[in-house]
Design a protein around this ligand. Structure first.
Ligand code: TXA
Ligand code: MG
Length: 324
């Protein structure tokens, strides 16, 4: 059952408590309805991908009540400060390097070294963010590949029964997603056109480069962006049935014997738990395996159903021949 909440103080406090408990809450913003989870809680973020039926881990936008809170989790530059002052709260998302002690789960950022942040211009969304007091990861609240929802009824049609609650704040004003601008490189690059026009951005920061378009259901279209996806340093071997002398093990279920170092994704073969641990596990394997004299990673088979498809998509990329 999905609870339908109203924009009252009591319901917003309840929605914030659901987020704090690791549940999914859909809420209206000025652009489209977002499917929110505590961005610091990898298990909660994994539920987003499961509910949306996403076949891969797209990086998610983190929502904040104030620019100052967003800029504690990323490293802002002068352009980011100027754009935030001009357009936040509003339909602009900025991609910036993650701050050193950024508490946002690696899964929310799909393992990238950058993080997308925005402050939405909707009173109910802002009240929810304020009441929750932390970063809320929220993609559009539709099934993967579906149309972005602009009413609570749209959300329920796609995700009813799969999420804890939706706050019905009426139809969205803009009806089109936020503009996504990458400020993490030398030149500001437009990754997705949206609620704030390029002309309006250029009036504040000068020329903006056009990036490869991001299409729904795909991760980052440009290979340059893909290269910045976290790939483990150690070579990866999938569907392992045995563990070689020089291999560390990424286990799923009862571990294969013989590994000198291993990390368990989910002892009970729970795909949501495995998704939540995946990126941290790859980091940890890179850091620890060499200490045991191990040079490669063997990955146990993971079923290609539900979130397993997204996990296998990511592991497949990690195991693909390297050209970077
Ligand atoms: O208006 C919006 O932005 C809505 C509302 C809910 O805020 N959210 C939304 O999220 O449209 P989503 O997940 O459907 O789209 C996020 C976009 C994707 O195209 C994703 O690839 C891009 O932002 N993105 C997120 N993090 C990124 C990163 N670190 N680097 C590059 N692109 C990123
Ligand atoms: Mg979307």
């Amino acid at each position: 059952m999905t609870e339908i909440l109203h924009p009252t103080g009591r319901d917003i406090a309840h929605a914030a408590a659901l987020l704090a408990a690791g549940e999914l809450v859909a809420f209206g913003t000025e652009t489209v309805y977002g499917l929110g989870a505590d961005a610091r809680n990898a298990q909660a973020v994994a539920k987003i991908y499961a509910a949306k039926g996403r076949p891969s881990f797209n990086p998610l936008i983190c929502h904040y009540a104030r620019a100052a809170a967003a800029f504690e989790h990323v490293v802002p530059n002068a352009m980011a400060e100027k754009l935030a002052a001009k357009f936040w709260p509003g339909p602009l998302t900025l991609v910036l390097p993650r701050a050193e002690n950024c508490p946002v789960s690696l899964l929310a950022g799909a393992g990238l070294e950058t993080l997308a942040v925005r402050v939405p211009a909707h009173p109910v969304a802002l009240q929810l963010l304020q009441a929750f007091g932390g970063p809320v990861a929220a993609p559009s609240a539709n099934r993967s590949g579906g149309i972005s929802p602009t009413t609570a009824a749209h959300v329920l049609a796609g995700l009813g029964g799969k999420i804890a609650a939706v706050i019905d704040s009426g139809p969205c004003d803009v009806g089109l997603e936020s503009t996504v601008l990458d400020l993490s490189g030398p030149t500001p690059t437009l990754l997705r056109p949206g609620g704030v026009s390029v002309e309006a951005l250029e009036a504040v920061i000068g020329p903006v480069q056009m990036g490869a378009p991001i299409t729904a259901g795909h991760t980052l279209a440009s290979p340059g962006m893909l290269a910045s996806h976290y790939a483990p340093n150690l070579p990866v071997r999938l569907n392992a049935a045995t563990v070689a002398e020089d291999e560390a093990l990424l286990a799923f279920g009862p571990p294969l014997p013989g590994a000198k170092f291993q990390i368990q994704l989910s002892e009970g073969k729970n795909l949501t738990e495995a998704a939540a641990k995946l990126f941290e596990a790859l980091h940890e394997l890179d850091a620890q395996a060499p200490k045991f004299g191990l040079a490669r990673i063997a990955v146990m088979p993971i079923p290609n159903t539900g979130l397993g498809r997204a996990i296998n998509d990511r592991l497949g990329r990690a195991a693909a021949p390297r050209d970077f």
